[in-house]
Design a protein around this ligand. Structure first.
Ligand SMILES: Nc1ncnc2c1ncn2[C@@H]1O[C@H](COP(=O)(O)OP(=O)(O)OP(=O)(O)O)[C@@H](O)[C@H]1O
Ligand SMILES: [Mg+2]
Length: 320
């Protein structure tokens, strides 16, 4: 869906984005993270055609975005990291204004705007002045506006900054809803816990370099190494440990009253088989999950040594 290859951007002598290559498949909800000044907004603005790179290519659905700006803008909805001032403009007029920028007919705009305002829960605000909306409402209105021309790719630059917890949950639900409608979504944010709850893939930038990218589980596995599994149980601790030890490639690393941790190199099927054997042997298994570092520890880990790592998977396409 979105393919970025060897992208560079400098401001004067300052290199803001350096050799960034990234491939985001259709239907992904991709979280773009990195410390302040990492180059996220710069990258996003290039993807959205608001700024030209010094070098590199950007393709959207296989179409060269830099050579076909006009066409490409129809495929992208952009929610910037600031909300302008809209004196004397009502919500409905605001949607009309953006719809007309895409040369849509007023009838079509009215219909779609109505649906979108409903989607973002602002149906009852159509006659309200935009400047009087709360910040959360403005952010949602911004998303509605970005969708007016039904783009396939939605790019949001920190849509959650300054939102209260409820507004953030609403934004998350809205984005998950859009993902389920088949949109590809790129969202930059500093709120890592939220990204890990909604995104299926991430890219981490630091000092202009993409230091890690891919499906969240894969990036976690790459960074944290061998798989860790936690098995919890109510009864049958000794049996559970004995069974785990019988599996090749399993090392029980700790045993507690009601849980044990193990590192392993098993496939998902083998894990399921091991759990089934435990249950057959009357271990009262209450749960099992992969023990993962969270996005925060991942972020701290990969931004420690910026630029030292290079991606080599589907997402980080630096080798292609
Ligand atoms: N117009 C500009 N002129 C000069 N330098 C700029 C300009 N815009 C951004 N920069 C610099 O480029 C770097 C990357 O900025 P960018 O806004 O892309 O970072 P970011 O990852 O979005 O950060 P944040 O998390 O704070 O939003 C920063 O060092 C910034 O100071
Ligand atoms: Mg930014």
């Amino acid at each position: 869906m979105l393919q970025i290859n060897h992208l560079y951007k400098s401001y004067g002598k300052f290199q803001a984005v350096s050799d960034l290559s990234l491939h985001i498949p259709k239907g992904d909800l991709f979280g773009f993270v990195g410390p302040n000044g990492a180059g996220k907004t710069t990258t996003i603005r290039m993807v959205c055609g608001l700024m030209l790179p010094n070098a590199g290519t950007i393709k959207i659905n296989g179409v060269d975005a830099l050579a076909n700006q006009k066409e490409i803008k129809k495929q992208i909805g952009y929610v910037p990291d600031f909300f302008g001032v809209y004196d004397n403009l009502k919500v409905r007029e605001y949607m009309d204004f953006y719809g007309s920028m895409y040369r849509m007919h007023s009838r079509e705009i009215a219909q779609i705007a109505g649906d979108l305002l409903e989607l973002v829960n602002l149906s009852d605000k159509t006659e309200v002045y935009v400047d009087t909306l709360s910040r959360g409402m403005k952010q949602r209105l911004c998303v509605a506006r970005a969708l007016i021309h039904n783009p396939a790719l939605l790019v949001l630059d920190e849509p959650n900054s300054g939102l209260d917890p409820r507004a953030r949950v609403e934004m998350k639900e809205l984005l998950l809803n859009l993902k389920s409608m088949g949109k590809t979504i790129v969202i930059s944010s500093h709120i890592l816990s939220e990204l890990s709850e909604m995104c299926n893939s991430i890219g981490i930038m630091d000092h202009g370099h993409l230091v890690a990218a891919g499906r969240i589980e894969d990036v976690m596995d790459d960074v944290f190494g061998s798989n860790q599994l936690v098995v919890t149980f109510d009864e049958g601790r000794e049996r559970a440990v004995r069974i785990a030890n019988e599996y090749a490639g399993v090392k029980v690393t700790s045993v507690g009253e009601k849980e044990m941790k193990l590192s392993h190199s098993m496939t998902k099927q083998e894990i399921a088989g091991m759990i089934a054997t435990m249950i057959e042997n009357e271990v009262v298994v209450t749960g099992f999950h992969r023990q993962e570092g969270n996005l925060e520890t991942l972020f701290m880990r990969v931004t420690e040594n910026a630029g030292a790592q290079e991606g080599g998977n589907d997402y980080a396409e630096s080798n292609r």
